[in-house]
Design a protein around this ligand. Structure first.
Ligand code: PHE
Length: 473
């Protein structure tokens, strides 16, 4: 990934560079930590089906839209929205010189959309950093006994973490500092590549572990849970949760893909890029499900919440030959995935701050991380100092996660998609979308527009309304 401040804009040397960064940002804790626990909360197969359908119907068109908007504006999300508003204003003045006509409210509020995206990034990064800290903790738990004769007790490791809020604060700060140094020093390109090269290794590791997990007695039941759609298990809020997760896992609505799009080369063809990123990311999530659910069913009393991954997978490593090595490998890869996604989040905030305030990159990174750290204190202390604060059985971390991802994110993504559909010149979009060599791309273009204008808005509005109804039931 290249910085917004650098002069190397639009020069993503190779196609591979873009893919590594985009997939590096999409692939993260969302796939391995969040997906299984949201699936568990929503009853399995039917929810998975809903999720896959939404990836194609909403995720992909939105992803393409964000990349395209980024590529054509070559700016960070706040600046691009500001510019769009100013263009609309100039257009209006040209049409009615001195007429004093007022800009419609949609056009007037464009900069706020960019702002909302940036705030989302900041708060999400805050609790993302807390969970990344958990990953670091488990990595250490596997690494230390490797050098000593101590025995591994995965459940104890989780309890130590949950009881000790200040340990979580410490681990969160370590993660945030690391991300800050990487983004401030503008060395993300190297890191992203590194993260990217580790990913194939991680995918292989996931497959090996999934096969191990499938050899457990609970595997048939787990597969049935994951793949058999029993619609009676869906909850009224499930549509919203599936939607939120699709947007989260594909990094849509945050302005991240927007920023990456703005670094794309002129000749790159966006629809294919969107298709590949979305498909690969969903496949990894499904693998994570296959890995985790046999373990969930095998454990005596699983907690269906953010702890799920950390409560189940380490147990597997405790039971298999060479489990330590697997444990080290798994948590190292997971940490790198979390790092790649965190870099994407911080880069989005920093590129916005730099473009809006003209601040220096390093200063912007320090400021953003400081703010993030303050916000992160709340989720970091949620299982200790703030443990008594619960709503509907959900702790602070879960509430924060659900509030942002299931409510705010769909709104931000919807608005951005409508900007793509209605505020961007049709000719410009066609130019980017239609591949002269392929006749079918013209058809694809009209499908894309149809999805953005007529399919996504009613689904998103329905999801939000159902969630609202769910709140009052
Ligand atoms: N998509 C990432 C994940 O699944 C999270 C993320 C969201 C990263 C937004 C960057 C921007 O973990």
């Amino acid at each position: 990934m290249k910085s917004a401040s650098s002069s190397k804009k639009g020069a993503w040397g190779t196609r591979l560079g873009f893919y590594l960064a985009a997939i590096g940002s999409a692939f993260g804790l969302g796939n391995l930590w969040r997906f299984p626990y949201v699936v568990a909360e929503n009853g399995g197969g039917a929810f998975v089906l809903l999720y896959v359908a939404l990836v194609f119907v909403i995720g992909m068109p939105f992803l393409v839209g964000e990349l395209l908007l980024g590529k054509t504006s070559r700016k960070s999300v706040i600046m691009a929205m500001l510019e769009l508003r100013n263009n609309k204003k100039a257009e209006l003045e040209r049409a009615q010189p001195g007429g004093g006509a007022k800009l419609p409210w949609v056009a007037r509020s464009l900069p706020w959309v960019g702002f909302l995206s940036a705030v989302l990034c900041l708060i999400v990064l805050a609790y993302y950093a807390v969970i990344s800290g958990w990953v670091l903790h488990f990595f250490m738990q596997f690494l230390v006994p490797f050098f000593s004769s101590e025995n591994l007790a995965p459940n104890q490791a989780l309890n130590v973490l949950l009881d000790n809020g200040w340990l979580q604060v410490l681990l969160t700060s370590v993660h945030l500092l690391l991300v800050m140094v990487i983004v401030a020093k503008d060395v993300e390109e190297g890191i992203e590549r590194w993260v990217g090269y580790m990913m194939p290794a991680f995918v292989v590791l996931l497959i090996v572990l999934a096969v191990k997990s499938l050899s457990l007695d609970t595997a048939p039941e787990a597969l049935r849970f994951l793949l058999y759609p029993d619609f009676s298990k869906l909850r009224i809020s499930s549509l919203g949760q599936a939607l939120g997760h699709v947007l989260f896992t594909l990094s849509i609505g945050f302005g991240t893909m927007f920023t990456f799009g703005s670094y794309l080369q002129e000749k790159s063809y966006i629809p294919i890029a969107g298709f590949r990123v979305a498909t690969l990311d969903s496949m990894i999530s499904l693998f994570a499900g296959v890995l985790i659910f046999p373990l969930v069913l095998a454990s005596q009393d699983p907690i269906y919440g953010p702890e799920l991954l950390f409560q189940t997978v380490p147990v597997l490593f405790g039971n298999i030959e060479g489990g330590h090595i697997f444990g080290i490998g798994f948590f190292l890869c997971l940490y790198l995935a979390a790092l790649g996604a965190s870099i994407g989040l911080l880069e989005t905030i920093v590129s916005n701050v730099i473009q809006v305030t003209k601040m220096k990159r390093s200063k912007a990174a320090i400021l953003a991380v400081l703010l993030c750290f303050i916000v992160a204190l709340v989720p970091a202390l949620s299982s200790s100092l703030l443990a008594s604060f619960k709503m509907g059985g959900r702790g602070v971390l879960e509430l924060l996660d659900a509030g942002l991802i299931n409510w705010l994110l769909p709104i931000a993504a919807l608005v951005i998609s409508q900007v793509v559909a209605y505020q961007i010149d049709d000719k410009l979009k066609r130019n980017q979308f239609i591949d002269r060599l392929s006749v079918s791309s013209t058809k694809l273009y009209s499908h894309w527009m149809f999805a953005l204008k007529w399919v996504a808005p009613p689904i998103i509005i329905l999801a939000l309304v159902l969630q609202l109804v769910g709140l009052f039931r």
